[in-house]
Design a binder for this molecule. Structure first.
Ligand SMILES: CC(C)(COP(=O)(O)OP(=O)(O)OC[C@H]1O[C@@H](n2cnc3c(N)ncnc32)[C@H](O)[C@@H]1OP(=O)(O)O)[C@@H](O)C(=O)NCCC(=O)NCCS
Length: 164
């Protein structure tokens, strides 16, 4: 694949980010959303000025192929140096190192922010996401059985953690 640029998202990217996410909402258990998210959901992510909040995109010649973000894990203030991360790619762009490129850039920003702990929730099964997190240095730190119900079945989540 041609060189892909990882950069901060801007408002013009949000409809494309939403489309990548909504495809997974409707077809996969990777997210526990059951309905597409409104654009205001993405606008709020982009607008966040909290330390450790970022929204990055992988851009190939002006086309957004995927995104990764970091955000609050839980709102209570003692969690401030913990961030939750997530990453989604267009189906055509998977398995080519873009998830890794997005996460490498995101984790570098989190290091600069002084974030201590990074967590990711992976709904199972998702071998690509588990492999990506392990490749980036995360360890599986927990398993929550049958916490989601989607497409008429129970879904487990694995919790992945990385201490920066
Ligand atoms: C999960 C996802 C972001 C991974 O990104 P990706 O660009 O496909 O992954 P990469 O090509 O960067 O590969 C990262 C690592 O995972 C491995 N990997 C990638 N796809 C894999 C697969 N299907 N099965 C097993 N391992 C896989 C790679 O070999 C690589 O490991 P290595 O560095 O040890 O060689 C991407 O597949 C995706 O968008 N999936 C749909 C949405 C989703 O599930 N998001 C995660 C929600 S928790």
């Amino acid at each position: 694949m041609d060189p892909v640029t990882v950069r901060r998202a801007d408002p013009a990217d949000l409809p494309r980010i939403a489309a990548i996410y909504d495809e997974q909402v409707l077809t996969a258990v990777s997210t526990f959303d059951l309905e597409p998210a409104p654009l205001t959901y993405w606008e709020a992510r982009l607008a966040s000025t909290e330390t450790g909040d970022h929204l990055l995109v992988a851009d190939l010649d002006g086309e957004v192929l995927g995104y990764a973000y970091s955000s609050s894990y839980r709102p209570r203030p003692a969690y401030a140096q913990t961030r939750e991360t997530s990453v989604y790619l267009d189906a055509r762009a998977r398995g080519q190192g873009l998830g890794r490129a997005l996460y490498d850039a995101l984790l570098e920003l989190l290091r600069q922010d002084g974030v201590h702990q990074v967590l990711a929730v992976v709904a199972l099964p998702n071998p690509a996401s588990e492999a990506l997190h392990v490749a980036c240095g995360f360890e599986r730190v927990g398993l929550l059985p049958e916490v989601g119900r989607k497409f008429d079945r129970w879904v487990d989540t694995a919790l992945y953690g990385l201490t920066l």
